[in-house]
Design a protein around this ligand. Structure first.
Ligand code: NAD
Length: 266
């Protein structure tokens, strides 16, 4: 069954074949969506174009979401190419590398600003720019992480930014409700991507994750893609403003201990 047949989706945040945005693009393609892809800038083009071509996608546009002019330019291009769109995916996050290590209180004013601008405000800016061309029944989707709710060492200002992103998801859901456009976030467990590599200690955290999570499994971009299909399809027609976990159940744990170690100690 193709859950997105007849729908047009724009996906922001493909950097390479490991990107969560790419997992979402593949799942949307399998479910019959017409796609457009956007990437941060010229340096990524040689990686993103072949991926787009492999799915027969011809709308492939650079857009630095730190620039209102670039967002406006892509929105205009999308209007000429598609007229209206049904789905917009924001799979973008960025913080200065030096902010993802050491104590949170060392966050610089500039580092705080950059993380909030690129990882949070850009979702609001995209929502505003694309609002006039979003078809009723449509959906906006962003990507978040559990570091918004609980302390994940070294995640620092990104945790604070994700908290703001989740709050923005609720406010946008309220704004877009009367247009029958839904706004949700997926909170994904750790996946080895370019963005994740910037977080100090990510590898250790990643290694321990599957041994600790209730389902005992790693999270893949396919897992996230499948949930994205559901949230952006009519199956989720009455779900908005939510943060949906794709984390093998990790977030339900009050005491995250490796299962094997606990059994050995019994
Ligand atoms: P990724 O590096 O593949 O994707 C991040 C994307 O953000 C890249 O495509 C990058 O080019 C883009 N980006 C950064 N600055 C930009 C700018 N100024 N303009 C436009 N695009 C810009 O890594 P990912 O893990 O796929 O990250 C996607 C989203 O998923 C992020 O919001 C991330 O925080 C979130 N997330 C990741 C994980 C994980 O473990 N990988 C877990 C939960 C949530």
């Amino acid at each position: 069954m193709q859950l997105l047949a007849g729908k047009t989706a724009l996906i922001f945040g493909v950097a390479n074949k490991r990107s969560i945005a790419w997992g979402i693009a593949q799942a949307f393609h399998q479910h019959g969506a017409r796609l457009g892809l956007s990437y941060a800038g010229p340096a990524l083009e040689r990686r993103v174009r072949p991926l787009a071509e492999s799915l027969g996608v011809s709308f492939v546009e650079p857009c630095d979401v730190g620039s209102d002019e670039e967002i406006a330019r892509v929105a205009e291009k999308a209007r000429s190419a598609f007229g209206e769109i049904d789905i917009l995916v924001h799979s973008i996050g960025f913080a200065l590398r030096e902010e993802l290590q050491g104590p949170y209180y060392n966050t610089s004013r500039e580092g705080f600003h950059v993380a909030m601008d690129i990882s949070v405000y850009s979702f609001v800016a995209l929502a505003r720019a694309f609002q006039p061309m979003l078809r009723p029944g449509g959906a906006l989707l962003t990507l978040t992480y559990y570091g918004s709710e609980k302390v994940a060492p070294n995640y620092n200002v990104m945790g604070v930014a994700k908290a703001a992103l989740e709050a923005s998801t609720r406010y946008l859901a309220y704004d877009f409700g009367p247009h029958n456009v839904r706004v949700n976030a997926i909170s994904a467990g750790p996946i080895r991507t370019l963005a994740a590599a910037g977080v100090t200690g990510f590898k250790d955290m990643y290694r321990q994750f599957a041994e600790t999570a209730p389902l005992g499994q790693e999270i893949t971009i396919e897992d996230v893609g499948n949930t994205a299909v559901y949230l952006c399809s009519d199956l989720a027609a009455k779900t908005t403003g939510e943060v949906v976990f794709v984390d093998a159940g990790y977030n339900i744990l009050g005491v995250p201990v490796k299962r094997r170690e606990m059994e050995e100690n019994d």
